[in-house]
Design a binder for this molecule. Structure first.
Ligand SMILES: NC(=O)c1ccc[n+]([C@@H]2O[C@H](COP(=O)([O-])OP(=O)(O)OC[C@H]3O[C@@H](n4cnc5c(N)ncnc54)[C@H](O)[C@@H]3O)[C@@H](O)[C@H]2O)c1
Length: 264
């Protein structure tokens, strides 16, 4: 598959977590469009199969696996099956994530732990599973979907903020550890993106503020310099760029895609 005459990721295998919907889905479709074979992983089975079907219907190669990014067994099993059915993984996109909204002093410890496990440990486990293959082939791309919340703090988001700050730490550490093998590791830090995660927040704001969901979305957008919630496809284009071979010099970076809301 691939738009234009020369897709850049021809012959490469990409694995995207949290690919059943939202940003992960858009990234999986965009990587396939750029020529990659794509393995998609999510805890939700039915919408994931739809994404697999969509890639295939556009002429790409895809495999889907249902599982939990925070369970090492699910992760190692899926990576092994992808390496058998496709080929070893060249591009890993750690995208699966969950949010929450609660005063930190009333956040159940279980919810704190779950957020860290999915958003941070999940990225560690998938990285751990694919790195040996990348090292042996002396190439690879790891792209972590963090957040502007990995750079600044928000109220009622301690576990999310901590997990995303941690994900940036993992990104920087791995970037240094893997540089000698030709592997790059980077993070993408979006502000609000129009997905189920953003809609969930909009519904909460609408309910607590006595306003419509449209008004809540407008309020969320109004906090950003460009006054808009960005599209998943905009994030996907940045992920594709980082995945391409000619992005070798970009390493250990945490790139904002936020209309300028965070100045560092
Ligand atoms: N939407 C935003 O405004 C926004 C902004 C910045 C960063 N992000 C980040 O982007 C990533 C994608 O979020 P989204 O907005 O597309 O949200 P989303 O809720 O639409 O999609 C997240 C996907 O991850 C999957 N997932 C959740 N837990 C999982 C687990 N344990 N194992 C496997 N899959 C799991 C979900 O089933 C879902 O398909 C997240 O890491 C999120 O933190 C989102």
């Amino acid at each position: 598959m691939g738009a234009g005459n020369m897709p850049n990721l021809n012959g490469q295998v990409a694995l995207v977590t949290g690919a059943a919907r939202g940003i992960g889905r858009a990234i999986a479709l965009a990587l396939a469009e750029d020529g990659a074979d794509v393995a998609v992983f999510d805890i939700l089975s039915d919408p994931l199969k739809e994404v697999e079907g969509e890639i295939k219907s556009r002429g790409g190669r895809a495999v889907a696996g249902q599982g939990d990014v925070s369970r090492e067994e699910d992760v190692t099993k899926f990576v092994a099956s992808v390496e058998q059915t496709l080929r070893p993984i060249d591009i890993l996109v750690n995208n699966a994530g969950i949010g929450h909204s609660a005063d930190t002093w009333s956040l159940p410890a279980s919810e704190w732990q779950r957020t860290i496990q999915v958003n941070l440990t999940g990225a560690f486990l998938f990285s751990k599973a694919v790195i040996p293959g990348m090292i042996s082939r002396r190439r690879g791309r790891i792209i972590n979907i963090a957040s502007t919340g990995g750079k600044v703090g928000w109220p009622k988001a301690a576990a999310y903020n901590a997990s995303k700050h941690g994900l940036l730490g993992l990104t920087k550490s791995l970037a240094m550890e893997l540089v000698e093998y030709g592997i790059t590791v980077n993070a993408i830090c979006p502000s609000w993106v129009m997905t189920e995660m953003a809609m969930q927040t909009a519904r909460e704001i609408a309910a607590s503020g006595g306003m419509s969901i449209e008004q809540a979305l407008e309020n969320m957008a109004s906090t950003l310099p460009q006054k808009r919630i960005i599209a998943p496809e905009e994030v996907a284009r940045l992920a594709v760029m980082l995945a391409r071979p000619d992005s070798q010099a970009i390493n250990g970076a945490a790139i904002n895609i936020d209309g300028g809301s965070v100045p560092y």
